[in-house]
Ligand binder design. Structure first.
Ligand code: NAP
Length: 277
C-alpha cells in the first residue's frame, strides 16, 4: 500500500531494489490489495517482481478483494463492497494477471459487507482453491460473529486487523480470543498506530515511555512498538508499512526483543493514560 501511488510512488527499479532488500532480510511475504494505488500498485509490483530474478516459490503473495473504489480505473459511482461469487473469482484473476503469477498464497476479503452471503463466498473460495489459484483464505477487519458466519461454510486461515499500541480494541472485545480459540491467525495492519502520525498528549506519553525503554532494550521506538504487539499470545503477524530500508531491517530484529511483563503494561498504560483496573 505504501510503495505505489498511495505512498512513496517508487519507480520499477526502486521496487526491485526494495524487494531484494526485503528478501535479504528474510521478509518474504508481500501484502497487496487490488485497490492499492487505485488498482495500480499490484501491477507495478508484479512487473518489478517479474524482472527481479527472484523465484515465485521463494515469496508469499497476499491480496485482497471486495472494495469497489471510486476512481478512473473503475466505473463505480458509489464506494461499496462486492462479494458475489463471480466478482470474487474475477478479482482474483485480475490480481494474478497484475502480479504475474498463477496463484496467491493468501486471499483476504478486505472489509465485511452487510450484504455478504456466506454460501456465495464459500463457493467462490472452493472454486479458486480447486483451480490452484489461491492457497489459503482469510478475511480482514471482520468481527467474531462475521468470522463465525463465514467460518461455518469455509475455513478461515487469517484475519488481518488494525492492531497497535494506539488501536488495541481487538484484545478487549473478544476478537483475538475468538481467533485463538478457532486457530485463525491474526495479522495487524498499521502496527505503529498513530505514534508517528499524530502529535498529541497520548503520543507524547508513549514517546516518553518508549524513550525510557530504548536504552534498556537497545532498541528504536518502532522496534519496541512491534515487540509490544509480538508479545500478545495470539501470535500476531505485523504488516510493516515502512518503505525505509533501515527500518525494514530493524523491524526484523524486533522479533528478537522480549519485553518484560511489567514493561509491556507500562507501555499500555502510557497509551491509555491510566493504569489497568
Ligand atoms: N487490511 C486493511 O484494511 C489494511 C488497511 C491499511 C493498511 N493495510 C496494510 O498494512 C500495511 C501497513 O500499514 P501502515 O503503512 O499504516 O503501517 P505502519 O508500519 O504502522 O506505518 C508505516 C508508516 O509509518 C512511517 N514510519 C515508520 N517508522 C517511522 C518512524 N520511526 N518515524 C516516522 N515515521 C515512521 C512510515 O514511513 P517510512 O516509509 O518513511 O518509514 C510509513 O509511512 C499497508 O502497507 C497495507 O499493506 C491493510
Amino acid at each position: 500500500m505504501t510503495w505505489g501511488a498511495w505512498g512513496k510512488q517508487f519507480s520499477q527499479k526502486e521496487m526491485e531494489t526494495i524487494i531484494h532488500h526485503c528478501m535479504a532480510n528474510g521478509i518474504t511475504t508481500f501484502d497487496h490489495a487490488d485497490i492499492y494505488g487505485a488498482y495500480t500498485t499490484e501491477k507495478e509490483f508484479g512487473t518489478a517482481f517479474k524482472d527481479s530474478g527472484i523465484n515465485r516459490d521463494d515469496i508469499q503473495l497476499i491480496s485482497k478483494c471486495g472494495i469497489q473504489y471510486v476512481c478512473d480505473n473503475r466505473t463505480n459511482e458509489v464506494k461499496h463492497y462486492n462479494y458475489s461469487k463471480d466478482y470474487i473469482i474475477w478479482s482474483v484473476e485480475e490480481s494474478l494477471r497484475h502480479l504475474h503469477t498463477d496463484y496467491l498464497d493468501l486471499l483476504l476479503l478486505h472489509r465485511p459487507s452487510p450484504l455478504m452471503v456466506a454460501e456465495d463466498i464459500a463457493e467462490a473460495i472452493t472454486i479458486l482453491k480447486k483451480a490452484g489459484k489461491i492457497r489459503d483464505f482469510g478475511v480482514s477487519n471482520f468481527t467474531p460473529s462475521q468470522m463465525e458466519m463465514i467460518g461455518l461454510r469455509i475455513d478461515i486461515d487469517v484475519n488481518q486487523l488494525e492492531f497497535s499500541l494506539t488501536s488495541h480494541s481487538a484484545m478487549h472485545d473478544g476478537t483475538l480470543d475468538y481467533m485463538k480459540t478457532c486457530g485463525i491467525k491474526p495479522m495487524s495492519w498499521s502496527p505503529l498506530g498513530t505514534v508517528f502520525k499524530n502529535d498529541n498528549e497520548q503520543t507524547r506519553r508513549i514517546h516518553k515511555q518508549l524513550g525510557v525503554f530504548m536504552e534498556k532494550y537497545n532498541a528504536t521506538e518502532d522496534q519496541l512498538l512491534l515487540a509490544w504487539i509480538l508479545k500478545h499470545p495470539s501470535g500476531i503477524h505485523p504488516v510493516v508499512g515502512t518503505t525505509n530500508k533501515k527500518r525494514l531491517t530493524q523491524a526484523v530484529d524486533a522479533t528478537k526483543i522480549s519485553l518484560d511483563l511489567e514493561d509491556w503494561f507500562a507501555v499500555l498504560v502510557a497509551s491509555q493514560g491510566h493504569k489497568v483496573p
